[in-house]
Design a protein around this ligand. Structure first.
Ligand SMILES: [Fe+2]
Length: 369
């Protein structure tokens, strides 16, 4: 068994296995196929918080990426939780940028893991929040308080729409509603962060870009049936006017089906490799998200698809359709994290074993030169 195959199998068993508006790329209006998205020479992606932590996960060099694992730092094991947070370091020539995407569920987990991984979050050149669920923003408000005054001046948090800041609920099959949090925009601005609503694709820190809001052309990718928003006052940021296609009259305080209109994906274009697409929770669908990144950038080649694909609760039929569509997108690597689910990870392993890289908190993946 060669090393590459061994790494994959070992990881599986060990891990249980159209631009405009804010989307003016780099300050100038851009269009698809314009090549306006930035390219980086090298990208180091660190999963700061994820659902899994496998101290025995194997690292190594694959064909065009390097996977480094964080085993058991003496006395300070990494913490895993139902949540997601990333750190990105990108390099173009002599220019280096750091971007933080999502912030886990709890500040304790986030700050502990930043410290163990020797990451200094206040060096960030930009922040991105994928959507308004507490397992992605939960660590941020308290951390923003700690970091207040130490951020770089004018540090911007990119969100995909007003609804990122609306109150979320999840209703289980028994009809019981569970609070899924509300990110306080004014509170963050009070801590010195600038909030940018990037409804259209936007360049972030000159190196990364966001997808903008994501169209939903696939018929098999649906937002989770359990997700709800609490309607705010008429004409407020959380009024029904911002909830997408809903035309139903909704009174403030009522629960509305959540279509995640403001969810966006994050992406990099790595020189000689292609797109690295990070879906975060993927409520808009991993296929829809990747296609939107391709459309926004005008770049077809997908090097890697990373993130929560939110297939854990999905029936087998949807998993099969999604994995078939993933195969069609032909990425070199797939890194299924967070809410992807063992059902989907198993299917990816079965269909595309050579492309699967198992997730584990503290994993660093080096893309590019
Ligand atoms: Fe999530």
């Amino acid at each position: 068994m060669n090393r590459r195959r061994f790494l994959k199998l070992g990881a599986v068993t060990g891990g249980a296995v159209a631009l405009g508006g804010v989307g003016r790329m780099g300050g100038r209006a851009a269009s698809a196929q314009s090549g306006a998205v930035p390219t980086v020479d090298r990208l180091v992606m660190t999963s700061v918080v994820d659902n899994f932590y496998d101290a025995f996960a194997r690292g190594g060099k694959l064909d065009t990426i390097t996977v480094q694992r964080t085993s058991l730092p003496a006395g300070r094991p990494l913490l895993a939780e139902h949540g997601l947070a990333y750190h990105f370091e990108s390099v173009r020539a002599t220019e280096r940028r750091e971007v933080l995407l999502d912030f886990g569920y709890r500040t304790l987990t986030l700050t502990h893991n930043y410290a163990v991984l020797r990451l200094e979050p206040t060096n960030a050149d930009a922040l991105i929040i994928s959507h308004g669920h507490v397992d992605h923003f939960g660590g941020l408000p308290e951390f923003a308080l700690v970091a207040q005054g130490r951020w770089k001046p004018g540090l911007t948090l990119y969100a995909g729409g007003e609804d990122t800041f609306c109150h979320r609920m999840v209703v289980n099959p028994m009809g019981v509603a569970q609070d899924y949090g509300q990110l306080d925009r004014a509170g963050l601005e009070g801590r010195g962060l600038k909030v940018m609503l990037a409804k259209q694709p936007a360049v972030v820190a000159g190196h990364a870009f966001t997808s903008g809001q994501i169209p939903r052309p696939t018929d098999f990718e649906q937002s989770p049936a359990s997700a709800r928003l609490i309607a705010g006052p008429v004409d407020s940021a959380c009024s029904a006017a911002h909830f997408g296609a809903t035309k139903v009259e909704v009174k403030p305080g009522e629960l509305v089906v959540d279509t995640f209109q403001g969810e966006h994906a994050t992406a990099y274009h790595v020189k000689d490799r292609g797109l690295v697409v990070i879906t975060s929770c993927g409520h808009a669908g991993v296929i829809n998200s990747t296609r939107q990144v391709q459309k926004a950038s005008g770049i077809e080649k997908v090097h890697a698809i990373v993130g929560g694909f939110h297939l854990a609760p999905a029936p087998d039929e949807i998993v099969a359709k999604t994995v078939a569509a993933l195969k069609n997108l032909n990425p070199d690597y797939i890194i299924p994290m967070h809410c992807t689910g063992i059902n989907a990870i198993s299917a990816i392993h079965r269909e595309m074993p050579k492309r699967l890289v198992m997730p584990s908190t503290g994993t660093r993946v080096i893309f590019g030169a």
